[in-house]
Design a protein around this ligand. Structure first.
Ligand SMILES: [Zn+2]
Length: 132
């Protein structure tokens, strides 16, 4: 029986998303932001407990963290805190309320708010308001 090599004091490894959930983050790549394009492979494991994957784009040759371009990119916050911040903001809590509920600095909540707006802009309906 294979025994888990991680000690009991290490954090549980979150479930990994399939590669089809990721897209190349190089804006100059022909497969930029194309999901399930078959251009990505796992280059190596990185980070604490090797829990993150560095992905390789066969189209442009660039390597990038699986978190790059996501709301988890470059942040040291635990995933559950980021999820709580996004939920609070999604329910319309103010920056101050979100910071208080999530026990983070208001600047952190504000930064997540800006990052979310850039990543998920409001959908365009295609409707025009010409009034006729
Ligand atoms: Zn690429």
């Amino acid at each position: 029986m294979a025994k888990n090599r991680l000690s009991s004091k290490s954090a549980p490894v979150p479930a990994e998303f399939p590669l089809s959930f990721f897209a190349c983050q190089n804006p100059n790549c022909a497969d930029f932001n194309k999901f399930n394009a078959g251009n990505l492979s796992i280059a190596e494991r990185i980070g604490k407990n090797k829990a993150l994957r560095r992905l390789y784009c066969e189209t442009c040759g660039r390597r990038f963290s699986e978190r790059e371009g996501s709301l988890m990119a470059g942040k040291k916050l635990p995933e559950e805190v980021v999820v709580r911040i996004i939920k609070c903001l999604g329910y319309g809590c103010s920056i101050e309320a979100t910071a208080d509920i999530c026990e983070v600095d208001p600047r952190t909540a504000f930064g997540k708010s800006r990052q979310t707006c850039r990543r998920f802009p409001p959908p365009t309906t295609g409707e025009t308001t010409t009034g006729d």
